[in-house]
Each structure stands twice: as C-alpha cells, then as structure tokens.
Write a protein that binds this ligand. Structure first.
Ligand code: NAD
Length: 346
C-alpha cells in the first residue's frame, strides 16, 4: 500500500466538506473519489477543495469496485450508515463512518459483524475525541492529577432548525438529538469515566415544536466505581454552539468550554503567578485550543491504523456503546424509568 491511504468519500452533503478538509490536510491521506446520488450535491465542494479531476460517481458501488481506492469515509445521513458501511466493508475497504454510528443497536451490530467477517477495519468518527482540549483532559485524568474522579458533566447545544439535513432526515422520529448530537458529550464522558451502568433522563420539546423528537434532554448517568455524571443536550437552544465539559476529582477540577480549559486545584505553591487568585486554590490555564471538528487528526488516526495494521482509537464497538448509551437515554425519557445498560447486543 502507498504511504498515503487513497480515500473515497460517500455522501457529499454538508459535513463532507469537513472530511474533504481532513483528507486534504492529513499527512497520510489522499482523496481519490467521491460518491453521492444527488448530482448537484456531488459537485458542491469541488472548487473549494480543487477536486474537479477526482472521479465523481452517483452510484457508490463504482467507487467501491476500484482497486486503487484503499479506504472509505461514510458521510451519508445516519439512516444510510449501515447500508453503505456494510457494502464498503464487504468490498474489503476499511471504513471511517460518521457518528452517530446508527440509530438502533441492530444496525450497530450488523456493521461490527461486517467488519469482523471481512477483516476490514471499522472506525467511528467520534470527532470530539480529537479535540486537542478533550485529549488534554483525558491525559490529565489518566495521570491521576485530579485524584479520584467523582462527578463528570458535559453538554451539547446546537440549533438544529438551522441544519435540518439536506432531505430533512434529522426530523426522523428515531433520530433524537440526544443520539445525533448528544453522542459527542456522551462519548467524551465515556472516555473519562468508562461505560455507563445506568441512565435516567428527562426530555422535553418546547423549542422545535414541529419536530417529532425531543429537543432538550437532561440525563443522570451512573458510571463504574460510583462515578456520577450528567449530560445536557439541546437541539433548539438559541445560543452559539458551545461545548462544555467539567471533571470533578478529589484533588482538582477540570473545566473546558469552547473558549479555554482550566484546571483548579488546592493551592500547592506560593508562586506569584498564583497570587492573584484566591488563597485556597490555584487556577491554571491549559493552552490546548478547543477545536470541535478536528477531522484532520481523525483522518490521520484512521490512515495510521490502516498503514500499521492495527485497530483505530475509536473502533466500531466504541461508537456502538456511545450510540447505545444515547438510545438508553431516549428510552428512559419515554418510559420515565431508569435504564440499566447490559451491552448484550455486542
Ligand atoms: N461529526 C460531527 O460533528 C458531525 C456534524 C454534522 C454532521 N455529522 C454527521 O455527518 C453525516 C452527514 O451529515 P450532513 O449534515 O452532511 O447531512 P446532509 O444531508 O447534508 O448530507 C448527507 C448526504 O448523504 C447522501 N446520501 C444518502 N444516502 C446515500 C447513499 N446511499 N449513497 C451515497 N450518498 C448518500 C445524501 O444524498 C446527502 O447528500 C450524518 O451522519 C451526520 O450525523 C457529523
């Protein structure tokens, strides 16, 4: 295989431009084909990414049939992830599939099984993991600096009335914002605190009242080792898209939002840089920028895993557990009862 992985993208909608950017910027990737049934959308980003000479297809099977395509990025609407991902894996192409992996566990399982059967690697694009600020948080938590983690919270707020999806697919009654957008917050909490044991959620629909899905959810989460968590998701909130995550440990607290990341700890030093803060605590700014859609790092990891013949840092099972946790929050909201997560479907 070449040192650069030759990538085809399937689903040339709005978010595909972030993958074109990612593939173009990644040191180990090259864009070699695009597939999308809608002729206009198929060409919509050509000029910006200078891909006029790259073959374009309205039938993705023609892209999959090419021997000089090493791997595929699936950027279709969520409902088509299973069909397209399974077809690509069956054609022997490793796949980076957009989040959320799928809208039900049967689809997640079918995608994982297709990867196992074909031997082609499956990665899920939980891009929040590639945010440098999030990576720093995970590193600090793992270092033990915060002591024992006892509470974590994260949120996702994004006004979906501005991004309904090219064919209105975000209004699908099975496509709750908790699954589609809340999965970013849930995935990050999972990276910090592990696989949830139980969730209990309340949801409402007061902003996007003509949408058949909840537009607001607050979920309590029980993580292993008695760690508690909370996730807030709004797909109607009138505010800029801001992601905020806070991790509370016995020795310190980490606070990250779109504008910065701060570490608060009991004061351990009399150095002047801490003097202007209060007497008991220090506050340290962590200079890792928040970069919400770091598809470049995501694509680089996908290609590195292919070239090194290893699993990626976000394999199918990871995407499935995150999606399943979000589905459990929908179920809890509907039934008004806590939902235990058993992971039997995996
Ligand atoms: N990682 C993130 O932060 C992030 C942000 C936005 C969207 N997304 C995800 O990216 C995906 C695409 O979202 P979008 O906003 O670009 O949607 P979109 O509606 O703009 O684009 C989806 C495209 O997929 C095409 N498509 C559907 N079925 C297809 C098939 N069988 N073969 C080829 N193309 C097909 C549609 O024609 C459409 O052009 C979704 O899964 C969405 O959840 C992720």
């Amino acid at each position: 295989m070449n040192k650069k992985v030759r990538i085809g993208i399937i689903g040339i909608g709005s978010f595909s431009r972030m993958h074109m950017k990612g593939v173009t910027e990644a040191y180990n990737a090259e864009l070699v084909g695009l597939a999308e049934p809608d002729e206009t959308r198929l060409h919509q980003h050509d000029e910006k990414f200078r891909v006029t000479d790259v073959p374009h297809y309205t039938d993705y099977n023609e892209l999959l049939a090419r021997d000089d395509v090493d791997a595929i990025i699936v950027a279709t609407n969520d409902q088509a992830h299973r069909e397209v991902t399974v077809a690509a894996l069956k054609a022997g192409k490793p796949v980076l599939c957009e989040k959320p992996m799928a809208l039900n566990t049967a689809d997640c399982k079918a995608m994982i099984d297709a990867s196992k059967e074909s031997g082609a690697m499956l990665m899920i694009g939980q891009v929040a993991r590639f945010n440098p600020a999030a990576q720093k948080i995970i590193e600090i938590v793992k270092s033990g600096k915060l002591g024992e983690i006892f509470y974590v919270e994260s949120e996702y707020a994004h006004d979906y009335s501005k991004i309904p999806g090219s064919t209105g697919w975000r209004r699908d009654p099975d496509r709750h914002g908790i699954i589609g957008g809340g999965c970013h917050a849930v995935d990050l909490l999972r990276c910090i605190a592990g696989n949830p044991e139980e969730v209990f959620a309340y949801s409402s629909n007061k902003v996007l009242t003509d949408w058949p899905v909840y537009d607001c959810t607050v979920a309590s989460i029980k993580f292993p080792n008695g760690v508690l968590g909370k996730m807030f998701c709004s797909i109607g909130a009138k505010r800029p898209q801001v992601d905020r995550t806070v991790v509370y440990g016995t020795k310190g607290t980490l606070y990250k939002d779109t504008f910065g990341t701060y570490l608060y700890m009991d004061k351990v030093s009399d150095e002047p840089m801490f003097a202007d803060l209060n007497q008991q605590q220090i506050r340290v700014h962590i200079p890792n920028a928040s970069k919400g859609h770091n598809t470049t790092a995501e694509v680089e990891e996908f290609c590195a895993a292919i070239l090194e013949g290893r699993e990626s840092s976000c394999p199918g099972v990871e995407g499935a557990i995150t999606a399943y946790t979000c589905m459990a929050m929908v179920e809890s909201s509907k039934t008004g009862k806590p939902v235990k997560l058993n992971y039997d479907f995996l």
